[in-house]
Design a protein around this ligand. Structure first.
Ligand SMILES: Cc1cc2nc3c(=O)[nH]c(=O)nc-3n(C[C@H](O)[C@H](O)[C@H](O)COP(=O)(O)O)c2cc1C
Length: 400
């Protein structure tokens, strides 16, 4: 899957535009109106909680003391979603195995489970399982471009068959009472753009919101997301529209709102590359400015995530598979280190490490080396400018 963007557009911050404070999806209030996109192999329970925690921002001075479990009341990330899950697989699995796929913790609410498949009855059964498991929303994937999914008519494969989509919508709608949403692409290709009729169909069938990744199936992850189609969908329906595609910064998020008037924004690839993005958006909403992470922030962030992975991999973690924490760390490193100075060296040392513990050591030694190297020229410059401070000019020691 493509992890980078083709010639991304640098948006200027539009004047006076903010990401909405909330959006109501059926009975669920998503506040703020930001969504972590479902990403297979990425948005498991550890990553979702990590992002929700990394997104905490409060304009009040004691926000640093928030140590309790983070809910969407405190986090800049309003809604999280599972990776897509096969409806056929869920229907076939034993209950214990299902739990593994649908694991989430109390502090993940509100949370949506995403399903894919093409059989209306099976999708309806799977949606019932999702509801019984305690998810707040169920989402249908009509966007996945992967061949193995499309070849079974799932994901974006269904975009070529609106009548079948209608049958699925009605079957799932009748099966559950929790809000039901759909995430789709523009259409199969440029000759077959169906986003507006599809959104109208969703509304007619009682779905509670739509998310549009503004690319066709044929585009995959290449080229630009074509946001004007999100605006067309916004004009065509009254249910909430969640805009998705190429949001990398708070500027992009506000530009997407300004250009499409969509009700919420969804962030995918930027989240593992810049896990502060939701916090930055929240800070911008509250104060009109936002902070960029320091090297120390990056160190803390990568360490926190890796420690969470190791904790989840411990055999007594509830519902956990014997997760390959070291493998996940390596995968995350390939996303994250692209923003880090000297990231190639960090990536190399993480790939070469043999265990989770060794990876943590590699991370610590990388950042302490970076900190020393960054401090050296500073100290040198300071020493040259100010060789021997007079006793009354000695710096005050600040504790803590
Ligand atoms: C690694 C990866 C896995 C993805 N898995 C899913 C998925 O399971 N379900 C889904 O609806 N979209 C999936 N997507 C698409 C994203 O949810 C999102 O629509 C897309 O990346 C565009 O948003 P972005 O430009 O913010 O990344 C995936 C994308 C990536 C990069």
């Amino acid at each position: 899957m493509k992890k980078s963007w083709d010639n991304p557009i640098e948006h200027a911050m539009p004047d006076g535009v903010r990401v909405p404070a909330s959006v109501r999806i059926g009975t669920v209030v998503v506040a703020p109106a930001t969504v972590l996109a479902p990403m297979a192999g990425v948005t498991d329970t550890v990553f979702r909680r990590f992002i929700r925690n990394a997104s905490v921002f409060s304009a009040s001075p004691d926000h640093a003391s928030i140590k309790d479990r983070v809910t969407n009341q405190a986090s800049g990330c309003g809604l999280i979603m599972t990776e897509f899950t096969s409806a056929d697989g869920l229907a076939r699995m034993r209950e214990s195995k299902r739990k593994r796929y649908l694991t989430f913790y109390d502090d993940e609410h509100p949370i949506a489970a995403q399903l894919f498949g093409s059989n209306p009855a099976t999708l309806a059964d799977a949606a019932r399982i999702v509801e019984e498991t305690g998810f707040d929303l169920v989402d249908l994937n009509l966007g996945c471009p992967a061949k193995r999914v499309v070849s079974c008519n799932g994901g974006s494969g269904l975009l070529r068959d609106l009548p079948l989509i209608e049958t699925i919508f009605r079957a799932v709608r009748a099966a559950v009472t929790i809000p039901f949403t759909v995430k789709f692409r523009l259409g199969w290709n440029d000759n077959h753009i169906v986003c507006v009729p599809l959104a109208k169909l969703a509304e007619d069938c009682g779905l509670n919101a739509v998310s549009l990744h503004a690319r066709t199936r044929e585009q995959g992850y290449t080229g630009q997301a074509r946001w004007h189609h999100i605006a067309e969908v916004r004009d065509a329906v009254t249910i909430p529209v969640i805009g998705n595609g190429d949001v990398r910064t708070p500027e992009d998020a506000c530009a997407l709102i300004a250009k499409t008037r969509c009700d919420a924004i969804m962030v995918g690839r930027a989240a593992p590359a810049n896990p502060w993005i939701f916090r930055q958006i929240a800070q911008y909403t509250a104060t009109g400015r936002y902070d960029l992470p320091t090297e120390a922030d990056r160190h803390r962030m990568i360490r926190t995530y890796f420690e969470m992975l190791l904790a989840e991999a411990s055999p007594d973690a509830p519902g956990s598979p014997a997760a390959d924490a070291a493998g996940k760390m390596k995968q995350f490193a390939s996303w994250f280190t692209h923003g880090v100075r000297g990231g190639a060296a960090l990536r190399k040392s993480i790939y070469e490490a043999r265990s989770g513990g060794a990876i943590l050591e590699a991370v610590d030694s990388f950042f302490s080396r970076e900190a020393t190297e960054a401090a050296e020229p500073e100290q040198q410059r300071a020493a040259e400018q100010n060789p021997e401070p007079a006793p009354d000019q000695q710096p005050l020691l600040v504790e803590g």
